[in-house]
Design a binder for this molecule. Structure first.
Ligand code: HEC
Length: 253
């Protein structure tokens, strides 16, 4: 019994040690509901309104997004397409979701070109995105007056600040795992409220991240349904094969 206890503690130790060191904030986790089309539609709206000024999702087309999320073409044209081409002509429904901002201009304005966001949910993961978009806080030492809890010295401005409001980071000293201490963020306090409450803002970001998750793998639902079909087929085939085998071996025994 004693030995079991020692092993259990030994196994738990890295977990406990890890959580004591890794207290960067925010670090919330979410679960995207792939069948919640309404949530993803709201996310798509936020995306085209607040993100596409700088970022593209240049592996997706508007009409495909509309079809997948159940938005009729007419509404896609009216509510999701706000970009134009160089001549000022409105982007067409079958075109790629590209920002109008040129890389040269972005480079000049931010020092970096905002990355394409089509696959961002794959490379960063949905939890990271959820915390990133809720993690901007006031820091006067930064050029934009803001920094981010999960992206240190971020060059992106807090574009959703009118919704979330301004927040301040609560900091504390924590062991850094190497015998010393370092300063980490342990929470945020709103110092100037935005137009949304905390839970409303969390929902807005959740919807947006859900949409980004969809963008990064639009065929996911198809893949899952095909997978189920294949498993059912193999199962039926297994039964048939079993009876066939019985039939063949009947005379031999
Ligand atoms: C005003 C321009 C601008 C707008 C609008 C904007 N971003 Fe950004 N974004 C940037 C820049 C610049 C960076 C690069 C930051 C860096 O590398 O420090 C960036 C980086 C990011 C990253 C990190 C990418 C990575 O992995 O390095 C994510 C995620 C992101 N933006 C998401 C969004 C979302 C979602 C929206 C809409 C709510 C949005 N951005 C709106 C300029 C913008």
């Amino acid at each position: 019994m004693k030995r079991v206890l020692i092993i259990a503690v030994a196994l738990l130790f890295p977990v406990l040690g890890w959580s004591a060191v890794d207290t960067t904030y925010p670090n919330d986790e979410i679960e995207i509901d792939w069948d919640d089309k309404a949530s993803m539609q709201r996310g798509a709206r936020t995306f085209v309104n607040y993100c596409m000024g700088c970022h593209s999702a240049s592996y997706s087309r508007y009409n495909r997004v509309g079809r997948d999320l159940g938005i009729p073409d007419k509404q896609v044209l009216e509510n999701l397409i706000f970009t134009t081409d160089i001549d000022g002509e409105k982007t067409k429904i079958g075109q790629l979701m590209k920002t109008t901002m040129t890389p040269a201009y972005a480079e000049q304005a931010f020092g970096v070109v905002p990355p394409d966001l089509t696959l961002i949910a794959r490379s960063r993961g949905v939890n990271w995105l959820y915390n990133y978009l809720r993690g901007f806080y006031v820091d006067e030492s930064r050029p934009m007056g803001m920094d981010n809890g999960v992206f240190d010295k971020v060059a992106m401005p807090h574009v959703l600040v009118e919704l979330q409001g301004y927040q301040q980071a609560r900091k504390a000293m924590r062991p850094d795992g190497q015998g010393g201490e370092h300063e980490v963020i342990v929470g945020f306090d709103i110092i100037k409220p935005g137009s949304q409450s905390k839970s409303e803002y969390d929902q807005t970001v959740f919807d947006l991240v859900g949409f980004l998750d969809y963008l990064s793998e639009p065929y996911r639902q198809t893949r899952i349904n095909v997978g189920k079909g294949v498993i059912i087929f193999l199962f039926v085939f297994l039964i048939l094969a079993y009876f066939l085998k019985k039939e063949f071996w009947k005379d031999i025994h």
